[in-house]
Design a protein around this ligand. Structure first.
Ligand SMILES: Nc1ncnc2c1ncn2[C@@H]1O[C@H](COP(=O)(O)OP(=O)(O)OP(=O)(O)O)[C@@H](O)[C@H]1O
Ligand SMILES: [Mg+2]
Length: 266
């Protein structure tokens, strides 16, 4: 199974004076089980692209096919696509609107007509590292990191096959970020297909996701993580990516064909 994006072009407010082209000629195939890192500077079209993936936005040009269902097909119930592609949005806590964590978590599955048992709910809480006591809390009384974990739980609650994280660690401190990466690592191990939008490439070295980089609305790199880093400092700079000290070391280790562990021994 896969998500296939073919010749996707997306224009906001088409045909009006506010018309703005957000994406051009996007071709991308995400195969079940893969992990992808979606990169591009601010305003490059990342959120627009992921909203096209789950049918929140429907392309007029090109097509998006999720497990054989085309988002623009009038005969397809868009909910059948949306329940398979969960998105944890940028600042997801801005979208909380119910009085308790329990109601927040149960909202989306209910909307999709999916029943969730008590055991499943407890399992989800365990995955995101929250205790059952949180269920009766008001979402707005939680810390930033806890809110982020509730947002992830509310997506896991309908058990989507593909999960997109749009800037999952933005605004969190070191420990908060670490916890989120741990959750993502566990979801990956559990077989989920994961797409991450983030500027924290450093944190992803151990994941080695595939990389899609967008620049000037078009794909400027698609391929393996190591090949992306091996483009080198100059090429990456052209793509608005500056290598941190850690990534520079990683680049050296790749170039000299030695493992990072060995490099740190010196
Ligand atoms: N609802 C909208 N109406 C008109 N233009 C929009 C709309 N949403 C986004 N855009 C424009 O489309 C382009 C891509 O925006 P998008 O939000 O997809 O970028 P992004 O890569 O997610 O940026 P960021 O890293 O800041 O989140 C931008 O030029 C933006 O101004
Ligand atoms: Mg965005």
């Amino acid at each position: 199974m896969s998500i296939e994006i073919r010749d996707l072009n997306y224009t906001y407010a088409e045909g009006t004076p506010f018309e703005s082209i957000a994406l051009k000629n996007i071709n991308w195939k995400i195969i079940e089980g893969e992990m992808w890192l979606l990169l591009g500077k601010t305003g490059s079209g990342k959120t627009t692209l992921i909203q096209n993936i789950n049918g929140l936005l429907i392309p007029k040009n090109g097509e998006v096919i999720v497990d054989g269902l085309k988002t623009s097909d009038k005969n397809v119930n868009i909910k059948d696509i949306r329940k398979n592609v969960g998105i944890v949005f940028q600042y997801p806590e801005n979208q909380f609107f119910l009085p308790t964590v329990l109601e927040e978590i149960l909202y989306a599955p209910k909307n999709f007509g999916i029943e969730i048992s008590k055991n499943e709910l407890l399992e989800i809480l365990k995955i995101v590292g929250l205790t059952p006591e949180f269920l009766t809390r008001n979402p707005f009384s939680l810390s930033g990191g806890e809110m982020r974990r509730v947002a992830i739980a509310s997506v896991l609650a309908y058990n989507p096959k593909y999960i997109v994280f749009d800037e999952p660690t933005v605004g969190l401190d070191y420990n908060g970020r670490k916890k989120i990466w741990q959750i993502i690592e566990n979801l990956r191990k559990a077989g989920k297909t994961i797409i991450i939008v983030t500027h924290w490439i450093d944190d992803l070295i151990s994941f080695k996701p595939k990389v899609l980089h967008i620049q000037n609305r078009e794909i400027s790199f698609k391929g393996e993580f190591n090949d992306f880093i091996m483009l080198g400092e100059e090429e990456l700079k052209k793509r608005s990516i500056s290598l941190s000290e850690k990534l520079k070391l990683y680049y050296c280790s790749l170039k000299n064909n030695i493992t990072l562990e060995k490099l740190f021994q010196y």
